[in-house]
Design a protein around this ligand. Structure first.
Ligand code: ZN
Ligand code: FE
Length: 239
């Protein structure tokens, strides 16, 4: 399975997951349809599945057009079946979703929204974290509680360290400034910032990260108690 990173809207990432043997593919969080359609047509791919991490418009904005054009199925969290446009397949925490070569375990990770999920492609050792875990940050708490978000991050912390992370936004450098303000002597953080700046200079994105790198650099993952996490989240909201 090949992963293509597609930039959407202002700073969103969508991802196209490709079975190179039969040209079938999935898209994760199509915030808009056009950049996805362009890529699919240029590369002669058949879109079969649309995977949504949560219902926010910048993650589902392309659902309707893509479904209509390619006759693809929309997959999302059962609790959000009334707010994910065009949903066909409803998943619950712990489910394994499997079609073609694509196989993901679903983690319900409330906090940013109460219906947020992550798709863990465990055989490929990669996870799509949407707006729950960013590189060097975590999502704002819009609907859930601090405790829910904290617990959701603990689930992700327990994945193998070499698991690749693909998140919903290019916030990495901005996030790193906050990490640095809290953790200025962290050499791993300083190294990662250098690497990311180099990648972006070359026209690449900061994706993917890994769980191991985030455990070393992401101040929200380094936080080991809820009170401290709350404090950090509030500070970041006003940073
Ligand atoms: Zn969101
Ligand atoms: Fe978002």
């Amino acid at each position: 399975m090949k992963v293509e990173i597609i930039k959407c809207l202002e700073d969103n990432f969508s991802y196209i997951l490709i079975n190179e043997a039969n040209r079938n593919c999935c898209v994760v969080d199509p915030g808009e349809a056009d950049p996805i359609i362009n890529y699919l047509q240029k590369n002669k791919l058949n879109l079969k599945y649309i995977l949504n991490t949560h219902h926010h418009h910048d993650h589902v904005g392309g659902n309707e057009e893509l479904k209509k054009k390619f006759n693809a199925e929309v997959i999302g969290y059962i609790g959000d079946k009334n707010r994910i446009p065009q949903i066909d397949i409803c998943l619950s925490d712990g489910d394994i979703w499997k079609k073609d070569i694509f196989e993901a375990k679903i983690y319900h990770v409330p906090g940013h929204t109460i219906g947020h999920i992550c798709f863990h492609f465990f055989k490929n050792k990669l996870i799509f974290t949407g707006d729950t875990l960013f590189s060097m940050g975590c999502g704002r708490i819009f609907e859930g509680s601090y405790e829910q978000m904290y617990n959701s991050l603990q689930v992700l912390k327990n994945l193998d360290k070499d698991t690749k992370i693909y998140c919903g936004h290019e916030y990495t450098l901005k996030n790193s400034e906050f990490c640095l303000s809290q953790d200025s002597n962290n050499n791993e953080l300083l190294n990662k910032i250098r690497e990311i700046k180099e990648k972006i200079k070359q026209g690449k994105t900061s994706m993917p990260s890994t769980i191991g790198e985030e455990l070393n650099c992401n101040i929200f993952l380094k936080s080991n108690d809820l009170e401290n996490f709350k404090k950090l989240r509030d500070l970041k909201d006003n940073f």
